[in-house]
Design a protein around this ligand. Structure first.
Ligand SMILES: [Zn+2]
Length: 276
């Protein structure tokens, strides 16, 4: 469910940090992979609990710097947000029968970065930064060049093992659609998704992103139709959860799924209904 990507070179980079319940497993795999080398830098695509969960645990071992959006940096400096991220991670630990006393704590050394900035990894490789809000306000995508490998975080939604794409416009539908169009224009060779799989080949990447766009538009229409009958956001979200998210690939606390769908209903309401 949580593939992690390590970029190896003069410095070693890790993209996102998965959940706290996987922290020990990640540490073991990194040990196998890196031997005496370490992780020098972590790039966070956004602040969600399932992308930051193992971050503080791994940072204690490796002492890496973290690069994220300015908004993610703010969130990771906020005590309430840290508690919220820890809370969802504890719930996920319970689901996975992890009864250890590990906690998510405030990470150190977080540097904020934004659109058009680059991160140099070696003389021949760099990472371009794209702001891709809509999934969250804090979402960034990273493009590794010259390989043309794109790390979009959840900006394009989440792909299920069946191949179906679940849209996730949690902060803004309008920005989510704009961000997807931005990702399409990059024409990446590989789409390194943070859940389940990666998409290889420019044509397949384009197909995936176009499909993600269509699925988002479809869900928008469904929510708009539901809003004709009621503006009880929680009720609409419950109905969508029952119908669409019964067997989500991203198994997680039901609370987190419901928070996500309610956020999408609210975004459609505020951007397309309320203004009329
Ligand atoms: Zn997310």
């Amino acid at each position: 469910m949580f593939p992690l990507y390590v970029i190896r070179g003069e410095q070693n980079l890790l993209i996102d940090c998965s959940i706290l319940a996987k922290a020990n497993a990640i540490e073991e795999k990194l040990q196998e992979l890196l031997g005496k080398e370490k992780i020098d830098l972590v790039l966070l695509t956004h602040s969600h609990y399932d992308h930051t969960g193992a971050c503080s645990h791994l940072q204690k071992k490796y002492g890496f710097e973290i690069i994220a959006s300015k908004r993610t940096k703010e969130i990771l400096e906020n005590d309430n947000a840290i508690e919220f991220i820890d809370n969802l991670n504890q719930k996920f630990k319970a689901i996975l029968n992890d009864h250890s006393n590990s906690t998510f704590t405030k990470p150190a050394q977080v540097r904020g970065i934004g659109e058009n900035e680059t991160i140099k990894i070696s003389d021949s490789q760099l990472i371009e930064v794209f702001e891709t809000p809509g999934h969250t306000r804090c979402s960034l995508s990273f493009l590794l060049k010259p390989e043309n490998i794109l790390f979009p975080g959840d900006a394009a939604g989440v792909i299920e093992q069946s191949g179906k794409i679940k849209p996730l416009f949690l902060s803004s539908y309008t920005l989510y659609e704009q961000s997807l169009k931005k990702l399409i224009a990059i024409k990446a060779e590989i789409l390194a998704l943070p859940h389940n799989t990666a998409i290889k080949g420019e044509r397949k990447v384009q197909e995936f992103l176009q499909c993600a766009l269509r699925e988002a538009q479809k869900l928008k229409e469904e929510i708009l139709a539901a809003l004709q009958n009621t503006i009880d956001f929680a009720l609409i979200a419950e109905n969508i959860l029952i119908r669409e998210f019964t067997f989500p690939t991203i198994m997680g606390p039901r609370e987190a799924l419901l928070i996500n769908i309610t956020a999408m209903v609210k975004s459609i309401f505020h951007e397309f209904v309320k203004i009329q």
